[in-house]
Design a protein around this ligand. Sequence first.
Ligand code: YXS
Length: 259
Amino acid sequence: MTMVLTHLCDDIGTIIMNNPERLNVLSSKMVDDMLQALDQLEKGRARVIVIRAYEGAKVWSSGHDINELPVSGRDPLPYDDPLETILRSIQASPLPVIAMIEGGVWGGACDLALSCDILIGSPGGSLTMTPAKISVPYNASGILHFIGIMGINIAKEMFFSAEPLSAERAEKLGILNHLVPVDELEHFTYELAGKIAKNSPLSIKVIKEQICLLAGAHPLSPHTFERVQGLRRLVYDSSDYAEGINAFLAKRAPLFLGE
Ligand code: YXS
């Protein structure tokens, strides 16, 4: 039985985490199903993806499946851990991914939400980082991810206190892009997704990867610099680039073909 529901409508893909009994715990089965859904949407007509919980969820996701944490003596978050795999897949996806968040987000599910490109939450929601609660060391890529998004002091408070960070505070801190009343959350999310879906997929794909590469805050290696230049050339050499300019000058909607 699949743990996720997948939809595609108006070029907007949706992945719904759908395991109410276990509060959308990120078990290896849930992650496998999410990876399959992501792959299917990336290969299809989707131009933007929304990741959300089932309707009315009090918990968006309860994080890594504690039952699947390895016994002592082994790294609880190794590179090939299911959670780490889905985080990298979302970050590396050529499509913009929006996290539509209602309810509580726990542990590794916070990293999942933060791996999305845009986060939209609603009052009453919260983000709780739990490693210190279950004596998990977390890991370098995850910690760097938090520092890059929220700064060192807030990251320390989240990790050290393991206390919920309210959606209201997360929005003030710029962690959430938008805070929307829960009864408007779906409409607001899909309206934004629709606007993104109308723009040049090639340009968005290339800008997303450039942001990811440059936000790494590491000195640019020659490889990275040349990769960034090659990515940019992909777009300004494309017919979509000419189409975007011609459509604007002709005062008509652009028809982007992704090439
Ligand atoms: O007792 P049953 O069998 O019905 O199962 C219960 C919970 O045990 C189960 N469940 C989980 N099972 C495995 N791993 C989880 N993360 C997990 N979360 C929940 O789901 C059933 C319903 O949960 P219950 O009865 O506690 O619901 P509740 O409404 O009273 O409380 C909701 C929560 C989310 C406050 C509570 O379930 C909870 O605190 N869950 C654990 C949240 C957590 O610590 N997540 C972090 C997991 S570790 C992780 O993500 C990383 C390794 S790290 O820590 O490094 O970030």
